[in-house]
Ligand binder design. Sequence first.
Ligand SMILES: Nc1nc2c(c(=O)[nH]1)N[C@H]1C(S)=C(S)[C@@H](COP(=O)(O)OP(=O)(O)OC[C@H]3O[C@@H](n4cnc5c(N)ncnc54)[C@H](O)[C@@H]3O)O[C@H]1N2
Ligand code: MOO
Length: 343
Amino acid sequence: MTKPKNGTILKEVPVQEAIGLRLAHDLTQIIPGQFKGRLFKKGHVIEETDISKLLDIGKEHIYIMELGEGELHEDDAAKRMAVALQSEGLKLSEPHEGKVAVKSALDVPAIAEIDPAIVHAINDLGEIALATLRTHAVVMPGGQLAATRVIPLVVPESKVQAVEELISSYRAQHEGQSPLRLKPLRKFRIGLLTTGGEVFSGRIEDKFGPAVRRIVEALGSEVMEQRFAPDERHIIVKEIHYLLHQSYDMIVVTGGMSVDPDDRTPAAIAESGAEIVSYGTPMLPGSMLLMGYLNGVPIMGLPGCVMHDPYTSFNVLLPRILAGDIITREDIVSMGYGGLNSC
Ligand SMILES: Nc1nc2c(c(=O)[nH]1)N[C@H]1C(S)=C(S)[C@@H](COP(=O)(O)OP(=O)(O)OC[C@H]3O[C@@H](n4cnc5c(N)ncnc54)[C@H](O)[C@@H]3O)O[C@H]1N2
Ligand code: MOO
């Protein structure tokens, strides 16, 4: 059977008669829990031993394709869209099952900067899949931040041109920048102050230091020094000033962030002279987090949940601070919508 599609000829051939013919696209096998991936590559010449494998993945026919004028194969369409999005620090994969991955070419972690409006506009063209991370998501070296694909096996070239035009008009309005960008994280030298009488006295072992170090080191930064203080405001203030004088890039204070009489940290951070962006963050866990700046140095008060929960408001804000973003009240306010995690 032949089916013309805007000039492209797609001929269905029963697999038993396909020996010696070339596959028109990658073929996928999925064995739930075990394997999902390409079983045959586009262009593979079918051999007799392939027939039972093709039948196992439910292919009784294959397509033989003659591409029409002005038509693009899914692999070429995905590639052209990815090339249009290319920018410094990004690298593209080869097409795989019709998909091109856009990945970080940086050797340090970064945050993604992605304009949702253009992603929506591109996907609104129909038959296009541009899937991206959310803006400000962390992208590790080699990690993926977007992928492109078209839905049919063959699309009119005009569809891809429409994508290219949207991207080039975005670039024209944004000094040539792509709507997909990476902002590398700097290596921060961090001063850490752990409050809490029960830790200061040695009654219990400190668990906050290791937790903060783990999060910070995963993003390429380092805790240079950890100090300890009891729940006494003037001592906490003195220790914050000590850390400020060490010229660390950031100061982190842990514990005492909640509502008990012994929770002295927010008042101490304010008394140290910090400008408080927000005490309280509408995300759970991490609602008692404090964000401020002391002489321009970011200072954070971390609530106890950071020690315990794998993903808190600290994990959201820290990468942005390391990328050099200045956190505003609007940033904090916007964290509530979608900010409910297991807590
Ligand atoms: N009635 C309310 N209760 C709580 C509220 C609230 O708003 N109203 N907030 C909750 C939230 S959210 C959090 S998070 C927690 C913890 O808040 P804190 O930051 O004040 O934590 P602490 O009171 O200092 O300690 C709580 C817990 O964690 C242990 N801890 C603290 N530091 C260390 C450390 N360095 N190493 C090991 N363990 C540590 C401490 O001993 C306590 O057991 O409050 C909720 N409750
Ligand atoms: O700061 Mo708690 O900060 O939401 O579990």
